[in-house]
Design a protein around this ligand. Structure first.
Ligand SMILES: NC(=O)c1ccc[n+]([C@@H]2O[C@H](COP(=O)([O-])OP(=O)(O)OC[C@H]3O[C@@H](n4cnc5c(N)ncnc54)[C@H](OP(=O)(O)O)[C@@H]3O)[C@@H](O)[C@H]2O)c1
Length: 310
């Protein structure tokens, strides 16, 4: 039975991975207390020696994109240095390393969906740290999967969808940027596909197609289009909103300045993943519908109608 170690078990993706990977082997799910990725590589490798996993799945990351601008050192420690230490350990042990990265490694130019072999050009400290993590893996661990994804959300954890549900109940006017284009990726989808890929690896490790893959749902939208859609669906599900979703105003990013620059083009081309593993990716709206159903169903609210978002 494979020993599978997950980092960052309390994150959006870490939470879903505990569910999706459970049938595949013995899970060792760790949080920041059990495996702190800001500590030295030596300490990280000692922790891995203790657990001795066959597979390491690393959704933990420094994901505070704006904070990273003024704390690049910690972002690098977690997103790059720790990842390098994990990659070196994985190679010594002969373990598979599954890691996650982001569309923020690209410069956001153009309108064509980014392909895995396109030139990178991160525009933020977070993007630079994530790219450095990828490069450390490619250098040290041939047996890796790097899954680049975008706009992650889920029922567990903090994310744009949950923020919009809250604001939609509190405000009668909202402005959301409409010049950044991408696809919201459900943590559950990423976790399910991770499980599928690991299953394939376990069945045939020798012929496995290691490497970097893009993983996002089909289709594209802006943050504005995403907000309008999710609030329309929430209203249809009975959530009492103050805002009329049709009145959410689209604004350019320049009217919503943030410390970290976001890519305008966050589209990810996922042909390589689909062609290599025969995976059919769903359209982005279906993931939004599923998470809303989870969040707004009476069962999820202990039988009470959803009134206010925590
Ligand atoms: N969120 C997005 O929109 C997005 C988009 C593209 C790619 N990604 C990538 O997808 C992956 C999963 O993202 P996510 O949305 O699930 O992230 P998340 O919800 O922010 O979770 C990140 C996890 O990392 C843990 N962590 C942070 N610093 C740590 C440290 N020093 N030691 C150990 N654990 C630490 C956090 O622990 P605590 O719970 O203790 O804080 C948290 O559990 C990441 O690699 C991220 O870069 C995310």
């Amino acid at each position: 039975m494979a020993r599978i170690l997950i980092t960052g078990k309390n994150g959006q993706l870490g939470h879903e991975l505990q569910r999706s990977l459970a049938p595949l082997g013995e899970l060792i799910a760790t949080d920041r207390q059990e495996l702190d990725l800001s500590q030295s590589g030596e300490r990280i490798e000692q922790a891995l020696d203790r657990h001795y996993p066959d597979i390491i799945v690393n959704p933990a990351a420094y994901t505070a994109v704006d904070k990273a601008e003024s704390d690049e050192e910690t972002a690098n420690a977690v997103n790059a240095d720790a990842v390098g230490a994990i990659a070196r350990w994985a190679t010594r042990r002969g373990a598979l390393l599954v890691h996650y990265s982001t569309d923020y490694v690209f410069n956001g130019d153009g309108e064509r969906p980014w392909r895995e072999d396109d030139a990178t050009g991160p525009q933020s400290a977070y993007g630079r740290s994530k790219l450095a993590g990828e490069e450390a893996i490619r250098l040290a661990a041939p047996h890796h999967l790097i899954l680049r994804t975008s706009w992650v959300f889920g029922a567990h954890g903090a994310n744009f969808l949950k923020t919009m549900l809250k604001l939609g109940q509190e405000r009668d006017a909202l402005k959301v940027v409409d010049d950044q284009i991408g696809a919201p990726a459900p943590a559950a989808l990423i976790a399910d596909i991770t499980a599928e890929l690991i299953r394939e690896y376990l069945a045939k490790p020798a012929g496995f197609a290691f490497g970097t893959y893009h993983l996002a749902p089909r289709g594209e939208t802006s943050w504005h289009g995403y907000a309008v859609y999710l609030l329309q669906r929430a209203a249809e599900s009975g959530l009492a909103l103050k805002i009329d979703p049709a009145n959410i105003q689209g604004i350019p990013s320049s009217e919503y300045p943030l410390p970290a620059k976001r890519p305008a083009n966050s589209r990810l081309c996922c042909d390589k993943l689909q062609d290599t593993f025969g995976i059919a990716l769903p359209e982005w709206k279906s993931g939004v519908d599923q998470v809303l159903a989870q969040l707004l169903s009476p069962a999820a609210n202990s039988g009470r109608p959803p009134r206010e978002w925590p």
